[in-house]
Design a protein around this ligand. Sequence first.
Ligand code: HEM
Ligand code: MN
Length: 315
Amino acid sequence: VKRYDSFSDDLAQRLGSYQAPGPTDSRGPCPGLNTLANHGLINRNGKNLNSSDIKTAFPRAFGIAEDAIETALHNYEVVCEYIKGTTCGTAANDGTFILTNLTILGEPPAFEHDYSYSRQDYRQNWAHGGIADNIYFNSSEMQAGLNVVGYKRSNPPKVATASYQQFNEVRLQRESTQNQNDFPGWFQQNIPPTLFETGFIFGATFDRDSSGTMKESTPMARLDWWNFWFSEESFPTQLGWVPASTEVFNNQFCLSVSSAVLHASVSSTPKSLPAGATATTFPPPANLPEGDPSPTLALFQSPPYAAPTAPTATK
Ligand code: HEM
Ligand code: MN
């Protein structure tokens, strides 16, 4: 695996070139993987993705260290295999894993979960048995989150950052909305994966200088970069973004952001919060019951997805 610990590589070469996906290309619920495919850093068609290619592409593009990718990949494999047998991918001869395509990642109930920042919920506004688009970017869902922190989109976009506290407020607002809009009984509390992904957002967009080094002692997410990344599924280089420095953006970083966001006290809590929304510890994994709705994501409540209970300072 080629490491990209320095900026000696030409940035443009490192990030590939953006090309919008065509009608037969596969994309899914992960803004990270979609971006890699749009830039040709993994197969542009989003199909037959070897895990070793994914592990090379993420450090190259986002500066993220391999151990944080392992967490996501491992949890995906474990959950998917448990739920769906071998349908989510196949084992390659060399011990790597081939992800069939990016869209399959959105198949519930496996790895995809409710109250995503930028996607609708599977059973949002629908009767039992009906589905919503839980896979592709949804601009109004994203804006609803940005509204919580008072960020308006504009052209050119305003530079603004959000703190741990603000992200906890966005997350709680999103939970509340889901609790009100989803088909009754469908609600599934999936705090650890949501917060690990929040760690990805902070790692990919923390305010940084032109060498990828953090400006503040505590990471602050750049909202202009976050919005560009998610809505374009491309790197916000035109807004001054460069990849993070790999030493910073690792598994420990993601876990400590998870924990810090989870423990950040909020100025007010939204109404209609589901039970357990403000919990800061999680029960051990339960056996997965059969049936519908199936709380399959209970698996996420075990390490390494579970956020550590004590916040650690991050730098
Ligand atoms: C969301 C898969 C690595 C960034 C997701 C989701 C899946 C997924 C299935 C949907 C969860 C949901 O919101 O319902 C994977 C797999 C990975 C991986 C299998 C490992 C190979 C990464 C990395 C990053 C990233 C390294 C960051 C650079 C995100 C973010 C979300 C997300 C920010 C949340 C989107 C939202 O809330 O709207 N990922 N991902 N992912 N992923 Fe990935
Ligand atoms: Mn989701």
